[in-house]
Design a protein around this ligand. Structure first.
Ligand SMILES: N[C@@H](CCC(=O)N[C@@H](CS)C(=O)NCC(=O)O)C(=O)O
Length: 118
């Protein structure tokens, strides 16, 4: 969904050089039955992948999608080259702050229709 937080895992995927397919959504299609099967919360981002045994993998929640990308493409160093415990923790600290605190604080600005009518 252009202009949303989905740009973060999208950017990470670009950094990996992965062969992936981008599905463009808008507000309405993110609430469709087809997409709600993938993410019952009706939000982006979401990753759909297949495991080695062919079963479907679905990962939602922005930080989780980045962890999944990093785990599959460690050479892309999307969380940086320092794999120390404190470096990894600091990456998660700032991602969690932006995702849980900053992102939610701006929700009324970008989506006032969720709070008021007209
Ligand atoms: N906690 C969720 C938040 C996801 C979220 O709120 N995404 C917004 C875009 S930034 C969205 O999909 N909004 C749905 C809409 O605009 O219809 C996550 O980390 O993935």
């Amino acid at each position: 969904m252009p202009g949303t937080c989905a740009v973060v895992p999208h950017t990470a995927l670009e950094w990996t050089g992965a062969d992936y397919e981008l599905e463009l959504l808008d507000h309405d299609s993110s609430k469709s039955a087809e997409y709600l099967r993938i993410n019952p919360q009706g939000t982006v981002p979401a990753i759909v992948d297949s495991s080695s045994d062919g079963s479907e993998i679905i990962v939602t929640q922005n930080i989780a999608t980045q962890v999944y990308i990093d785990a599959n493409y460690p050479k892309a160093n999307i969380f940086g080259t320092d794999a120390s415990a404190i470096s990894r923790a600091k990456v998660m600290q700032w991602l969690a702050f932006v995702n849980a605190d900053v992102h939610k604080a701006f929700a009324p600005l970008f989506g006032p229709d969720g709070f008021v009518e007209g």
